[in-house]
Ligand binder design. Sequence first.
Ligand code: APR
Length: 313
Amino acid sequence: MKKVKVSIIGAGNVGSTLASILSQKGYADIRLIDIEGEVAKGKAIDISQQCAISSVDIEVIGGKDYSLVEDSQISVITAGIARKPGMKREDLLETNAKIVKEVVENLMKYSPKAYIIVVTNPVDAMSYLAYRVAGIEKNRVMGMGGVLDTARFKYCIREKLRCSYNSINAIVLGGHGDEMVPITSLTTIGGKTLSKLLHKSEIDEIVSKTKNGGAEIVNLLKTGSAYYAPAMAVAKMIESILFDKKEILPCSALCEGEYGINNLFFGVPVKLGCKGVEEIIELPLTKEEIELVRRSSESVKNTCKLLERLGVM
Ligand code: APR
């Protein structure tokens, strides 16, 4: 049987880590595209030789030529620049918008039926841009942010409570930025709500550490941003789509009225299956959380306005 094909645009830290993770699962052939064609080719050969050790019989091919992505089921966009210390994700807007536009135009030429997962930051605005440039159905474009933010939230909870990740039920909504909203009211550990286990000040501290999770890594790395967890987050989304798992994962998806948000890509719980974004799930939030979500959506809206002013759409 012919394997599915996943193409990854951007063979940098996130893209090549994702290619390595996916390669070891063995269910898809992989294409790795980068403006630096030789780098993409070299990393694809390296990953192929990794497969030779683990006896995974897939094809991993890299280069700069977009014809390689032909007939992909999923295309992941990680091309662009990453944050350096002191930068917000929004500071990447102008440079990354031009790159994402060019990438999407090329993807549409060679793999117009693929589902698109955007990773490039600022991811909510970049997902909106990809959707507009691609001109395809809204269920086929989504951004990765919430799965990563939720992982950071769970990491902070586990650090505090010393419990298994399996026992933590948590979700982070909102834009993938400083105003993300960890939904503390619905967070449970072994069935107990967070507020039963921790004082408000401790919960506030976890929320603040979660929001700062990406910046903390940027400050430590100094030359770029996180990539292991982001790559794993994309792999989780890909599997829910390819295997029609219908997992409910927080993703940046086009909202049309959900959570009172209109015409904006925004981090919401999404049922991800073989049709991509199959449903946006509306959770029963507290008044305070609704207000935080609204504020976060204003911030994403402002970034999208800047994008419109740049004239790339
Ligand atoms: N076409 C294809 N590839 C490009 C283009 C382009 N026009 N422009 C840049 N690239 C490639 C670079 O050559 C580089 O290999 O994108 C890659 C980006 O890799 P890194 O600099 O290592 O960045 P990474 O950490 O992977 O992050 C990529 O994902 O998480 C987000 O904020 C992050 O926006 C950033 C993106």
